[in-house]
Design a protein around this ligand. Structure first.
Ligand code: GCU
Ligand code: CA
Length: 138
């Protein structure tokens, strides 16, 4: 199954502010992280079973630098300095997809800025676990 988790919806947390001034986001806003190394956007997600899951991260980045982030699952960094490139405008949203390991049940997924500019603006994540027909089992 694929489930969407909005950055503005508790228990998600945003080290910065939930804002809505750049259109095109889903839900009621997005996480504008502090422009600081270590700034984070964190989600709590559910997986039906342990194994690999597909994580889609929707973001916008209207600057010209690359906003890299560690992707941390249940406290372990599973992707180091994953690159979130410029999308051209703060109102232009892109989706970045990575594969992550998950436990059965509840998992925390944290995006942690590795550069002093912080994260790109984060709209939501979607987690697709391994139980969809045709996707292969775990
Ligand atoms: C601008 C923009 C914010 C963004 C910030 C940044 O202030 O309006 O949405 O988060 O730049 O560079 O991080
Ligand atoms: Ca910001």
């Amino acid at each position: 199954a694929t489930v969407r988790y909005e950055a503005e919806s508790s228990p998600a947390t945003c080290a910065g502010a939930i804002e809505s001034n750049h259109s095109g986001f889903s839900g009621s806003g997005f996480c504008n992280s502090n422009n600081a190394t270590g700034a984070s956007s964190q989600f709590t997600v559910n997986a039906a079973s342990a194994g690999s899951a597909t994580l889609a991260i929707r973001y916008a980045h209207g600057g010209t630098d690359t906003r890299s982030a560690d992707i941390v699952v249940n406290g372990a960094t599973v992707q180091s300095a994953s690159a979130f490139g410029a999308t051209g405008a703060w109102t232009t949203w892109s989706t970045k997809t990575v594969t992550v390991p998950v436990n059965a049940g509840s998992n925390t997924i944290r995006l942690v800025a590795t550069g002093s500019a912080g994260l790109a603006n984060i709209d939501y994540i979607e987690l697709t676990d391994g139980d969809d027909p045709g996707q292969g089992g775990d």
